[in-house]
Design a binder for this molecule. Structure first.
Ligand code: CA
Length: 647
């Protein structure tokens, strides 16, 4: 007994004796990650210009080959600069010049290599991941039971968070699917509905600034993670729930040893500018295969959003092909139930008709499978490699541009593998992929060149389903540029010009009433970034919507070279500038009851003609040409209204 006490004392003494703190900063020295191994339990802090944004927060993993959360001693520390100049046409910034310092913190346990913490720090972003070692040489795999990685914010920090949905709930037991609201100014110490929060999560630290927490580089080699809120106000990384995916597949990810976990990302800014402009989701990942063709951006229409299941029919799809052709758009999306309501033979006729009109098809599939009850077909085509590749060969033969696969509803490793399998197969057949009822894409635009976009948001369908969602449309829209949409493309499927969410656009008939203006609809076409867009415009809108709005939607780009944050506050208002080639689009929306009047500094514009889309106080929109004299430009946006400036 005495011996054991002495040994414990000596161990504690040696751990404290060798306690070290090592720091790594971004190339400009402002953002700093500091790691400390006091007591054998590593913690990290994050500061910007010496101001703390994360207080000592835990690191480590518990695995079946070792508990790497304690008894660790820092045995090595190296720092080297890294840089990467890369192009991804599908994200907010087509060309990125990434500059960072990379640190490797090596930890031993019982004298053997246990864990490396690999950290990359750029001007405003930190990305870190673990490399896991096994204590025995003949051990080549391990399971990770839990992750100690945590986030301890300074007191008074508020969260802008979206609750993790419960497993096997919601429509046809298809959750979790990231289809809940973002709620602003949430105090620390809560845990959503008991399941935590999804990535990304935004935090405001008093008047000091903002922190965006997310993860990237997640594929079939790991699960997707979430944030668990603790009563002490901290957050921890948590893995999927056992019940997800109908209980199939492990909740604890399996990896090789040595092997890596995904990157945990932390973006820090005094303002929302670094949050809005961050490219960290793509900076630290690599393309996993070469594109088989040159994948393009596209605009398209889809009948389902205003006409629902009953209208996925042959004649209605022809009307939408005509609509897309009239708008100069590249695609239509043939949504659920085409297998039974249209049939393959007629799908081939639809594709041939579309081809004549210069339009191509995105075709909907159910991801199932045996993981939820979603009834819409086609089923059993995307869940296994044999049927999937047959189906994709057929899609290529009819000239389809891509697929939309729906109803995944789990972040388990096996579900992440399914996304990857679908993407990799689709690339072999030159097809782009859009996912709905799905997880947050985590670096996928760069990892998979044919990945186009994903829902993972309370999207336009909810405006159809609920007046309450229409009433708060602007608040949610003013969240996305700073949270969900800043880390990944977002297929919102909106920009509605209907007054009412019913097929006839008839206010005397049942349907939720749109509260937002037509200029708001135009502004969100720019504000919401997705290289493949499906707009909620109907054939009837060609005659019942204002000509200036249709003309705008005819020329709206979907791929961007640059983004700049101009002003905003999550949930209240958002004003951004996006550049496509030499053309700038400045877009703004306002959810605040008070009309927003803001003087914008617009150094990116030249003196001369500026096209202005704006609302009057009754949300009536118009388009006019003004002369931009240089310097500042004042815009006014009423509640639920928008503004767009084009030059
Ligand atoms: Ca959905």
């Amino acid at each position: 007994m005495k011996k054991a006490l002495l040994a414990a004392f000596l161990l504690a003494a040696s751990l404290s004796l060798y306690a070290r703190t090592e720091r790594v900063s971004g190339p400009d020295g402002r953002l700093t990650f500091a790691l400390d191994d006091t007591g054998g339990k590593p913690t990290y802090t994050v500061s910007l210009d010496g101001v703390p944004f994360l207080e000592p927060s835990p690191l480590g993993l518990k695995t079946n080959v070792g508990d790497y959360t304690e008894g660790l001693s820092l045995s090595g520390f190296t720092v080297e600069p890294v840089q990467d100049d890369y192009s991804v046409p599908n994200i907010k910034t087509s060309t990125v010049h990434y500059r960072a310092n990379k640190a490797v913190y090596s930890f031993d346990k019982n004298g053997k290599p246990a864990l490396d913490v690999i950290v990359q720090v750029s001007a405003n972003d930190i990305a870190f991941r673990y490399r896991v070692y096994a204590p025995r040489r003949d051990t080549r795999v391990c399971r990770v039971w839990e992750e100690a990685t945590g986030y301890v914010f300074p007191k008074g920090t508020k969260g802008f968070l979206s609750k993790q949905m419960p497993p096997m709930a919601g429509f046809a037991r298809t959750t979790p699917s990231y289809e809940t609201t973002y709620d602003g100014d949430q105090p620390l110490g809560q845990n959503g509905d008991g399941f935590g929060y999804v990535f990304p999560a935004l935090f405001r630290t008093g008047d000091k600034g903002w922190v965006l927490v997310s993860e990237t580089g997640v594929n079939g080699r790991y699960c997707g993670s979430r944030l668990e809120g603790r009563p002490d106000g901290s957050y921890r990384i948590a893995y999927p729930l056992e019940e997800e995916a109908n209980g199939n597949g492990t909740a604890a990810p399996g990896i090789n040893t040595p092997g890596y976990t995904p990157w945990r990302t932390i973006t820090v800014g005094e303002t929302l500018k670094p949050i809005t402009e961050t490219t960290v989701a793509w900076d630290v990942v690599e393309p996993l295969y070469e594109p088989s063709i040159d994948y393009e951006g596209s605009r398209g229409s889809w009948s389902w959003i205003l006409k629902m299941d009953a209208n996925t029919t042959y004649p209605v799809q022809l009307q939408y092909i005509d609509l897309s052709a009239a708008m100069g758009w590249e695609t239509i999306l043939v949504d659920a139930l085409w297998d039974t309501q249209i049939g393959r033979e007629n799908m081939e006729k639809i594709a041939a008709y579309a081809k004549e009109k210069g339009v191509r098809l995105f075709v909907w599939y159910n991801s199932n499978g045996y993981w939820n009850d979603a009834p819409q077909g086609p089923h059993g085509r995307m869940d296994n490699i044999i049927e999937r590749r047959k189906e994709m060969a057929w899609l290529r033969s009819i000239g389809a541009k891509g697929i939309k696969v729906d109803f995944f509803g789990s972040d388990k490793q096996q579900t992440l593998q399914l996304y990857e399998d679908i993407l990799a197969d689709a690339n072999d057949f030159g097809l782009q992929c859009v996912f709905h009822g799905c997880t947050l894409p985590r670096g996928w635009e760069r990892m998979y060149p044919n990945f186009a976009s994903a829902e993972a948001v309370l999207a336009s369908e909810n405006l159809y389903f609920s007046q309450g969602r229409c009433d708060t449309e602007a608040q949610q829209a003013a969240m996305h540029p700073f949270i969900r949409n800043t880390v990944a493309s977002m297929d919102f499927g909106g920009s509605t010009l209907n007054k009412v969410y019913n097929p006839e656009n008839d206010p005397s008939k049942r349907g939720s009433v749109r509260r937002t203006s037509d200029v708001f609809a135009l502004a969100t076409a720019i504000l919401f970034q997705s290289p493949v867009q499906h707009f909620a415009i109907t054939p009837e809108n060609l005659t019942d919507a204002p000509g200036w709005a249709l003309d705008f939607m005819k020329q709206v780009p979907t791929r961007w070279d640059e983004v700049r944050f101009l002003d905003g506050y999550p949930g209240k208002y958002a004003i951004l500038a996006r550049r496509c080639g030499s053309r700038w689009y400045i877009c703004g929306i306002n959810a605040d009851k008070k009309t927003l009047k803001v003087k914008l500094d617009l150094p990116m514009l030249s003196k001369g003609e500026l096209t202005v889309y704006a609302d009057d106080s009754s949300l009536k929109g118009s388009c006019r040409t003004e002369t931009f004299k240089g310097g500042a430009f004042t815009v006014e946006i009423p509640c639920n209204g928008g503004v767009v400036l084009v030059q």
